[in-house]
Design a protein around this ligand. Structure first.
Ligand code: ADP
Ligand code: ZN
Ligand code: ZN
Length: 664
């Protein structure tokens, strides 16, 4: 008797047995239709067994084998097993989450209409060489090329504008010339069009499969099939692209490796960067992590000799220099409507020179709330313990945690005061203030609120690149990866909220954001200038920023992390729960903490409510488990997650997050 063990999309950590049928031969990696719970489902055969714990009489045969796509490869199945085990998720859910929706539905796959514009992948595509590499680039390329054909992790630490993309392109050229495939990841959907454009310029007749979550079903299915069939020489996409099966994978690139968007915050809570490293290891190829501001984890791994550090210390365009960073001390230059005098003057002279400036508002840990100065009342959400955020353009208050919306009240509900004002400054208010100060300037506001529609952001950014807009007002959306030749001034209005945060990662993130946003300026011949408004000009982070001293900053942060016992010196997992009442949540977590005794070297902390405890009507808390040893933590998590589900009361939701990075 032969039994097919099938992974199905159900929240149970086991495989389901079906009878193999000689008329419908199936093996590991085949997608099969099976009867399950009175209906049919698509599953993936993981292995073939000789026996089953279910009696033969009760075993059902599979319905059919789907052969509209190649079987999933053995190394892909291996990757799924690794992810499921590392992140403590059932294999069935992991496999289902990695496949595009159409591949796990009973509907037939969409047919490609008309002939493809791209030629077939036989033969290596032409590479249109870009700039002749400078010494730093040449060295990085040589080191990585020497490592092709075996697994190794490289950290390409290149300052903004140092030509990291050129390095990726030459490596990819080398890899695809040899008949292999390359995988390149970017942190945000918004960055894919730019990188895609540069890839298409460099490889005009290559087939590039672009994969991200905003793609429509058909487009995503086609791109995925191109990758699986090996027709695409290059796969480019956001973190989910790392889950695509690819034959002959020869190189993995992770751009902006430090970016928090690589971490998935639901379902399989994987890190796209870490999954990329694991993927390269399975494929036996190098992985290149590129960034101007490495994550402390990666920096630590370099220092420990696990990754090889390659540095690009100069801007690639001859004559282009890193911007001059200046600090505006708000204690001596107080802000008026959010802008200190030196900042207004700098914008004025930038305008006079005919150059662009960017006014940057750090959104993290910050939001304009509606408050009454007479009695201290502030507008809060009924369902969450959070303040509502003022959206002046829509005339409403909105909760950023649950999305609840209400009209801006005419007066204070507590004391009747009609002079209610937003506290703090959002992008819209800064835009208004700037319009008052510079009536002739073209002001462009770029944030999530006005860039939600597909393609709008990309078009706006293209316009900015061509010189549209004199003053840009924006948030994190503007900080990443874009190249604006005429932008020479960046003003950072509210850096301090992040410095006061309780999250130990906030200094690291602020440094990365400011270095990134500063890196938008002066990328051509004109020198750039960055002005940061702060009440803490003596903070070591600003000193490091002024001297472009990432290494010094990382050194001091790592020392702090080590003495406080934080990652990367320890490994963590968070068990999070939420229920209507906090008491229920806490009772669950307290019971969970007792389920499995912590072995030597593993520490279970007491559960703590989130800073924003209530969200969408649920009260949230979490408990952290820590260990200096990753294997010890993994072993504990395996035992723990096997013990957990049984103890969950109804009305309570929980999940386990391995290597968590958000602690709101
Ligand atoms: P990064 O990704 O490190 O921010 P890019 O790869 O976008 O940098 O390069 C920044 C700019 O420098 C681009 O305009 C690019 O065309 C240019 N550039 C890259 N390498 C060279 C080089 N070797 N010589 C001259 N210009 C270069
Ligand atoms: Zn009041
Ligand atoms: Zn809410």
């Amino acid at each position: 008797m032969r039994v097919l063990r099938v992974a199905l999309d159900v929240p149970v950590a086991k495989l389901f047995d079906y009878l193999a049928d000689d008329r419908r031969p199936a093996g590991p990696g085949d997608r099969v239709v099976v009867p399950f719970g009175g209906r049919q489902r698509v599953g993936v055969v993981i292995e073939i067994g000789e026996s089953s714990s279910v009696s033969i009489a009760r075993l059902k045969p599979i319905v059919r084998v789907l052969d509209d796509a190649p079987p999933l490869s053995a190394d892909w199945l291996e990757q799924m097993r690794f992810l499921a085990s590392y992140y403590q998720r059932p294999l069935g859910e992991t496999v289902a989450g990695a496949l595009p929706p159409r591949l796990r539905s009973l509907k037939p796959l969409p047919k490609r209409r008309g002939a493809s514009a791209n030629p077939a992948a036989s033969g290596a595509p032409r590479y249109v060489a870009g700039h002749e590499p400078n010494a730093g680039q040449a060295l990085a390329i040589a080191r990585i090329c020497a490592g092709l054909g075996s697994f190794r992790t490289f950290l390409l630490h290149g300052i903004t504008g140092s030509g990291k993309t050129e390095v990726y392109l030459r490596l990819i050229a080398k890899v695809i010339e040899g008949g292999q495939r390359a995988l390149a990841l970017v942190p945000e959907i918004g960055l894919t069009p730019q990188l895609e454009a540069r890839f298409r310029q460099a490889f005009p007749d290559a087939r590039i499969a672009v994969l991200h979550s905003a793609l429509q079903d058909t487009a995503r299915t086609h791109a995925w099939l191109d990758a699986v069939r090996g027709k695409a020489q290059i796969v480019l996409g956001t973190r989910l692209a790392v889950l695509t099966p690819m034959p002959r994978l020869g190189l993995v690139v992770v751009d902006e490796e430090h970016d928090a968007s690589y971490k998935q915050q639901e379902g399989l809570r994987y890190s796209g960067r870490d999954a990329a490293i694991a993927r390269a290891k399975l494929a036996g190829c190098p992985v290149v992590l590129g960034t101007a501001t490495p994550s402390l984890e990666s920096w630590f791994n370099c220092r420990a000799g696990r990754y090889e550090l390659l540095a690009l210390a100069e801007r690639a365009v001859p004559g282009a220099k890193l911007p001059v960073v200046g600090i505006v001390d708000l204690r001596t230059d107080p802000a008026d409507h959010g802008l200190a005098k030196p900042v207004v003057e700098a914008i004025a002279s930038c305008l006079a020179r005919g150059e662009q400036s960017l006014v940057f508002i750090n959104r993290r840990g910050y939001a304009p709330v509606l408050a009454c100065e007479a009695c201290g009342w502030a507008a809060g959400c009924d369902r969450c313990s959070a303040r509502l955020v003022v959206h002046a353009a829509d005339g409403c208050l909105r909760c950023h945690h649950c999305g609840a919306e209400q009209a801006i009240p005419r007066g204070c509900p507590t004391c009747g005061n009609v002079d209610l004002r937003p506290l703090g400054r959002g992008t819209q208010r800064v835009e208004e203030t700037l319009a008052g100060l510079f009536p002739a300037a073209r002001i462009l506001r770029i944030d999530r609120d006005n860039s939600r529609r597909r393609g709008v952001l990309a078009r706006t950014l293209e316009g900015v690149g061509r010189g549209e807009g004199d003053i840009l007002v924006g948030t994190q959306l503007l900080a990443k990866g874009h190249d604006f030749p005429n932008l020479t001034l960046v003003c950072v209005l509210n850096a301090d909220s992040a410095l006061l945060s309780t999250d130990y990662r906030s200094a690291e993130r602020l440094f990365a954001t400011l270095a990134q946003v500063g890196g938008r300026s002066g990328r051509r011949e004109q020198p750039g200038e960055v002005l940061v408004q702060t009440r803490y000009p003596g903070h070591p982070m600003f000193q490091a920023l002024m001297h472009h001293d990432y290494a010094g900053f990382a050194q001091s942060q790592l020392a702090e992390r080590e003495s406080a016992g934080f990652p990367p010196y320890v490994h963590e997992a968070a068990l999070r729960a939420e229920a209507i009442r906090l008491a229920t949540t806490m009772a669950f977590l307290n019971a969970a903490a007792q389920l499995v005794p912590a072995p030597e070297g593993v520490r279970i902390y007491d559960p703590v409510p989130h800073v924003i405890t209530r969200r969408a009507g649920y009260e949230r808390a979490q408990l952290i488990v820590q260990s200096a040893s990753r294997p010890a933590l993994q072993e504990f998590l395996r035992a723990w997650s096997a013990a957990l589900p049984a103890s969950a009361p109804s009305g309570l939701r929980w999940h386990l997050d391995v290597d968590p990075i958000e602690f709101d």
